[in-house]
Design a protein around this ligand. Sequence first.
Ligand code: ZN
Length: 277
Amino acid sequence: MHKVTIGNVEVTALFDAPILMDPRHFMPQHADAFLSEFGHLADERGLMQMAVTCYLVRSNGKNYLVDTGLGPRKRPGFPSGNLDLAIRDAGLKPADIDAVVNTHLHIDHVGWNTFDRDDGTREVFFPNARFFLQQQEWDYWMTPEHLAAPGNAHLVECVEPLRDSGRVTFIGAEHAIDEQLTCVPTPGHTPGHVAVGIMSSGERAVIVGDASHHPAQLLHPDWSPPFDTDPVQSARTRERLFDWAIEEQRTWIAGHWEHPGLGRLVRLDGKRSFRAL
Ligand SMILES: [Zn+2]
């Protein structure tokens, strides 16, 4: 398994699923530019290899899970996820997860929050976990209109059941989870999107969530996908996050970049670049 240590914190990449993204859907105004500049990062059909990777973060003896992938359910256009197997391969059981941070409430980040038993009952997949959810993100998505909208079944299945579970800690824009982990507001992809900053014994990292989907954005931070709720704000957030990670030499942990999405951002000849670990 791919692991990295940041001071006393250990981060393990848990592979939920591969995804192939068509640049004509992902960045419609820039698809031609993407293929001419980054064709080497696409397959023979011109599709971009991306990933759904979740991260197990061990800090102060606790197991935190950042994002829960696509989940066990088969949904149109998506594979089902394998996070359950990845957790097992990491030597853990779902009951060992002490807390979950959903960076935001999209379909590929909340999937394993719950599962359906054969008798039709729905349960939280991590029986001992507390869920850290950003209040603004919850308020944006959990409206009757969004819950009823086509394509939002994941909100009903994976988020709504948490409402009365007594397990949710609603957090503000910035929130210290413990003295080594902090949720950092990174709005634009969704209104309450958070990244997770790690700082321990002088070392730093950032788990970026969907503030960036692909390394091509290092050179083109304004290539915002159409599913960003505010593409202008997301571009600003993305650029700030890139530069922050470079300045503070933060290990870069990006769940949609090619698995395991672990590396360092550096500046080479004035251009941002990625060095995989
Ligand atoms: Zn995503």
